[in-house]
Design a protein around this ligand. Structure first.
Ligand code: COA
Length: 227
């Protein structure tokens, strides 16, 4: 069964065994497959200066195997956008406790493009929204390739550009700010058929969490009134 776990400094000790495979997967995916050679490291583990104890990770696990992940960084601390790509954000740096920066979303190749259930990638996009509204965030800043924009549009993520796209290493890249709100989360849940929150908060009972809104339960398509 696919589970999405919140991993942060307060419960990282419970997930230590996943970190080495996690950084090796990042190396395989970003360096070997995507050829982002700036991230290459001789030890075969893709770790950067933002993998600090303040980073929050979503680990997508299936039967104990890591099949996907995403990273969220508080924008009050250094981020990719503030330190590496500041020129993509012409509105000036975002340093807000209610905004986290997302990066390093991936799904292992064998689990991409699945159609039998919610795609792992959609589960991660839904889960990070759940995380955000649970801890009171209002937005996510992201440095991304332009091909994400139609995907965000399709799944209901509202992304506002913070500057014009630039070509970096042959990729069209831009900075965006995405709304983190109840409406987006509920829409995503309905879209992928989730009837309850999806995150596992193992060892995080000390974290103050806001109540989540009810997820609307849509009737099956066959009994929906004709329009
Ligand atoms: N360039 C352009 N479009 C891409 C792309 C890329 N590098 N990677 C994915 N897409 C788009 C394409 O439209 C693709 O459609 P296609 O099947 O017609 O090519 C669509 O996304 C579906 O992607 P797919 O990889 O089949 O499945 P997915 O939706 O389950 O997973 C990702 C999407 C991005 C999570 C997955 O491709 C992945 O892990 N990629 C490697 C990590 C990565 O590049 N992350 C983003 C930057 S941090």
């Amino acid at each position: 069964m696919v589970e999405i776990h919140v991993v942060r400094k307060d419960n990282r000790h419970l997930y230590e065994k996943y970190f080495d495979p996690y950084f090796r997967l990042r190396h395989d995916i970003y360096v070997k497959q995507r050829k982002w050679m700036d991230l290459d490291r001789p030890d075969g583990r893709e770790i950067d200066q933002f993998d600090t104890e303040d980073a929050v990770y979503l680990f997508c696990l299936d039967g104990g195997q890591l099949i996907g992940a995403m990273r969220a960084l508080p924008t009050v601390l250094p981020t990719l956008m503030s330190d590496i790509f500041p020129y993509l954000n012409i509105r000036g740096p975002i340093r807000r406790p209610d905004v986290y920066e997302l990066s390093r979303i991936f799904v292992i190749p064998e689990r991409r493009g699945e159609h039998a259930g919610p795609r792992v990638e959609m589960l991660l996009l839904t889960a990070i929204m759940e995380y955000g509204i649970s801890i009171g965030l209002t937005g996510f800043s992201i440095v991304l390739e332009s091909w994400w924009l139609p995907r965000f549009e399709r799944c209901g993520w509202k992304a506002r550009p913070l500057g014009l796209p630039q070509v970096i290493d042959g990729m069209s890249v831009l900075a965006v700010l995405v709304d983190c709100d109840d409406t987006t989360w509920k829409h995503l849940c309905s879209q992928i058929g989730l009837t309850q929150p999806t995150l596992t908060w193992l060892g995080l009972t000390g974290v103050n969490r806001l109540a989540l809104p009810d997820i609307p339960v849509l009737p099956p398509a066959s009994v929906q009134p004709a329009r």
